[in-house]
Design a protein around this ligand. Structure first.
Ligand code: GLU
Length: 544
């Protein structure tokens, strides 16, 4: 039997690292077993689903290289792959459940359900909806009021057991499994109903999804039983946590933005939020709601971060792409976030794997049960490893796709010049964004000079005075790496100092600090006149 996994995102927001990890594990599992990785868009929640979100998810999966074998734009005959286009299929199966007496109408309003739930909580009980006997007159009265019923499935009435591939056997006692809604009062099936029908019709054999869905699995098993279907295998992935033990999620961005706003408010000795409303252009009342945690709107969080010049935590795939991360690194990191590849034959541990190597090594049995901790520093390190080791042509492609989403000053640069900059800085940066920041002195004059570098290389040991003969040499030298090297070495000899005493003052004058890649390689990236102008500016600024 062909192994089929599926990634089934709801298009109600952007793809975040948790979703990307699920998609990755689904792909690894399917490929490892020469099976099929299917993508299905779960857009039954009409109010919250958007086309923009769907497009974003497809774009992010493609950027990650997590290409589905079947799904949107890849129809293998089991489509459509958007739940919103499968309504008639769901209704057909609903008829079967009606005929077999597995579903019944329930008429409670939202408020009535809430009151029932509150009453259960007051009795210190868990609320589980069960069918209530209704007379025909009562039903007619509801109809006359204009109510529309939902359809609920009768719970199986026995304990429900899941043989989970990660968590082992998990049992839900009969009385904890409630009569779930399968058809909402707007005529749309619920997620629970649609997902069960689709997994069956799309021939899914292995469901892999986040641990937050484990409780849903009991509901789904009840439905499968009612429909007379053999359940697929299940595997639930442990949740992803922040290093501080809180659950990682989009809310973290709002939290970080609020914290930054409070710090800035205190530093400015302000009291309300009018000043921030002005800075961000966000309506003050809206800002107050955000600060009071009435919502976690990401656009608000991002506007605050921009206005206060702080970085928000990266959570969505697009955050990493915008920051100049590489898909190879993100996949590699996410693969190891909750899955253990095992030791090498020689007993050593290895952390860098290509996607093909991950596929070859994949073993669902090695997915951990404990919560995974997202370590942003480790991912950053891993990204640096890939930035250094990927072939130039691959880096070029990634750079082009970075330019599509980020404003970068490298973009409009002449390619030969950009290549030279990449060659100099790939060994020293962990992301495209870091690389650009570190290299920026090559095209932007320094506005300040680093104190330590100035003390050590300019104010001590005659650095400032030496800039004058240095300038004379640079004004005449042949403007090639070899020519500059010869000329500056000759100067060092004439001055009876080491080359460092020549090179470091030049670095400080040109970049503002004493750390740059190889001086001669850097120098040839400048016009001679610009170098001389920067030396003049430094002499003037630092003599004062
Ligand atoms: N659509 C669900 C979600 O985005 C996933 C459903 C599933 O994997 O079964 O959370």
């Amino acid at each position: 039997m062909t192994v089929v996994t599926r990634f089934a995102p709801s298009p109600t927001g952007s793809l975040h690292v948790g979703g990307a990890r699920t998609a990755l594990y689904c792909l690894l599992h399917a490929r490892h077993h020469d099976g099929r990785f299917l993508l299905r868009i779960e857009d039954t929640d009409q109010a919250r689903s958007t086309d923009e979100s769907t497009r974003g998810i497809l774009r992010d999966l493609r950027w990650l290289g997590l290409l589905w074998d079947e799904g949107p734009e890849q129809d293998l005959g089991r489509g459509p792959y958007f739940q919103s286009q499968r309504l008639s299929i769901y209704l057909e199966h609903l008829e079967r459940l009606k005929a077999s007496g597995h579903v019944y109408e329930a008429w409670e309003t939202r408020d009535e359900l809430k009151a029932m739930r509150d009453a259960a909580v007051a009795r210190k009980e868990d609320f589980r909806y069960r069918q209530r006997p209704l007379s025909d007159a009562q039903i007619q009265a509801y109809r006359d009021e204009g109510r529309t019923p939902v359809l609920r499935l009768k719970a199986p009435g026995h304990d429900v057991r899941v043989q989970d591939e990660v968590f082992g056997v998990v049992v839900a006692p009969a009385d904890t499994v409630e009569d779930i809604v399968v058809l909402k009062d707007d005529g749309f099936p619920t997620y629970h109903f649609a997902v069960v029908i689709d997994d069956e019709l799309m021939e899914v054999t292995q469901i892999l999804r986040g641990q937050e869905h484990l409780n849903n699995t009991f509901k789904h098993l009840g439905l499968m039983e009612a429909l007379g279907w053999e359940p697929p295998k299940f595997g639930h992935m442990p949740l992803i946590f922040n290093p501080d033990g809180t659950k990682m999620g989009k809310r973290d961005k709002a939290k970080a933005a609020r914290e930054a706003a409070r710090v800035a408010r205190d530093a400015r000795k302000e009291s309300g939020w009018a000043w921030l409303a002005e800075l961000t252009g966000i309506d003050e009342a809206e800002l107050i709601r955000f600060m009071k945690k009435k919502n976690d709107a990401i656009p608000t969080a991002e506007a605050i971060a921009l206005a206060l010049d702080v970085d928000l935590p990266m959570i969505e795939v697009m955050d990493f792409r915008k920051a100049g991360y590489l898909p190879e690194a993100l996949n590699n990191y996410l693969a190891l976030l909750g899955w253990n590849p095992g030791a090498e034959p020689d007993g050593t541990e290895r952390e860098i794997f290509t996607l093909d190597e991950l596929v070859a090594r994949w073993d669902l049995g090695r997915v951990g049960r404990t919560n995974a901790k997202f370590d942003a520093d480790k991912l950053r390190w891993m990204n640096g490893e890939y930035l250094r080791s990927l072939p130039d042509e691959v880096i070029d492609q990634h750079l082009a796709s970075w330019f599509e989403v980020a404003d970068s000053e490298l973009q409009d640069m002449d390619k030969a010049r950009r290549d030279a900059i990449l060659a100099l800085y790939r060994p020293r940066a962990n992301s495209f964004r870091e690389l650009e920041r570190a290299a920026r002195w090559l095209w932007v004059r320094p506005t300040a000079y680093d104190d330590k570098s100035v003390k050590k290389w300019i104010l001590k040991g005659g650095g400032l005075e030496r800039l004058s003969p240095i300038r004379d040499v640079l004004a005449e030298a042949e403007w090639t790496e070899a020519g500059l090297e010869t000329a500056l070495n000759a100067l060092a000899e004439a001055q009876e100092v080491g080359l460092g005493k020549i090179a470091q003052p030049i670095r400080v004058a040109l970049s503002g600090a004493a750390a740059t890649p190889g001086l001669f390689e850097c120098l040839v990236l400048f016009e001679r006149a610009e170098v001389l102008a920067r030396i003049d500016a430094a002499v003037q600024a630092l003599s004062a």
